[in-house]
Design a protein around this ligand. Structure first.
Ligand SMILES: C[S@@+](CC[C@H](N)C(=O)[O-])C[C@H]1O[C@@H](n2cnc3c(N)ncnc32)[C@H](O)[C@@H]1O
Length: 234
């Protein structure tokens, strides 16, 4: 029965197989911690800090998708949240755990593909994704949205940062169909404000804006090559 498509899951798996295998890629990516990668800086996103400053979100229970080396998960925990932070890369979570220990905070780091995560209904006040969604292939997008809807409590928030199309950090401007013709996300998909609004139309929009450019010395992370968006579950 191998390679026979009998279900929607089989179809998703077949489409996954056309693209890069993510676990090995990300484990290799994190081996050199000295690499000049903007998000390797151990600072929370400026938009996330601003949600707290403006009291836009209630964040007692947080789920972070694709947490990488943990900079935002650690910030949530320092703010008193209970945090489940998921990433498929063992290498990134090793780094994240070291950072959390140095800062003396507890985060529940979970090594898993986000699509294999068992999620209970109405569990989280906030689902946060900084830079994972633009590495998710278009055929997984519906499942991604369903997962967030399921994970959030009614009125809970979902926030995302993702590549600006053609921005300085990447952000390919190919169509969804082109992903499968070229068998690649070209380093990560880029988005327009309108595309983000359309994809997450079932949520109430609170704010979509470019990340602020904060320069290197600030205590927060901010580069204008990323969109930031905050939504609420209706
Ligand atoms: C650009 S990095 C961002 C890391 C972190 N959020 C940050 O901003 O510091 C994207 C992360 O998403 C993770 N990732 C990508 N696809 C994933 C998936 N399907 N399930 C879990 N994690 C995934 C990668 O391992 C990587 O750590």
């Amino acid at each position: 029965m191998k390679e026979t498509i009998l279900s929607y899951d089989d179809l998703l798996e077949m489409l996954d197989s056309l693209l890069r295998e993510p676990e090995e890629f990300w484990n290799t990516f994190y081996l050199d911690r000295e690499k000049r990668v903007p998000f390797f800086a151990n600072k929370p996103d400026e938009n996330l800090v601003s949600y707290y400053e403006r009291k836009l979100t209630d964040t007692k229970n947080v789920l972070e998708l694709g947490c990488g080396p943990g900079r935002n998960a650690i910030y949530f925990a320092e703010k008193g949240a209970e945090v489940d932070a998921v990433d498929l890369s063992e290498e990134s979570l090793r780094w994240a755990e070291e950072r959390a220990e140095e800062r003396g905070v507890a985060v529940n780091f979970i090594r898993s593909n986000i699509f294999e995560l068992p999620i209970k209904n109405n569990t989280y006040d906030m689902v946060y994704d900084s830079g994972c969604f633009h590495h998710i292939a278009p055929h997984r997008r519906m499942q991604y949205i369903e997962m967030i809807q399921k994970a959030l409590k009614p009125g809970g928030h979902f926030a995302i940062t993702c590549f600006v199309q053609g921005g300085e950090l990447g952000g390919s401007d190919i169509t969804d169909w082109e992903v499968y013709r070229s068998r690649s996300l070209n380093g990560g998909l880029g988005f327009t404000e309108e595309k983000i609004r359309t994809i997450f139309k079932d949520f109430e929009e609170i704010e979509i804006r470019k990340m602020k450019d904060v320069g290197g010395d600030e205590e927060v992370f901010g580069v204008p090559a990323l969109w930031t968006a905050l939504f609420r579950k209706k």
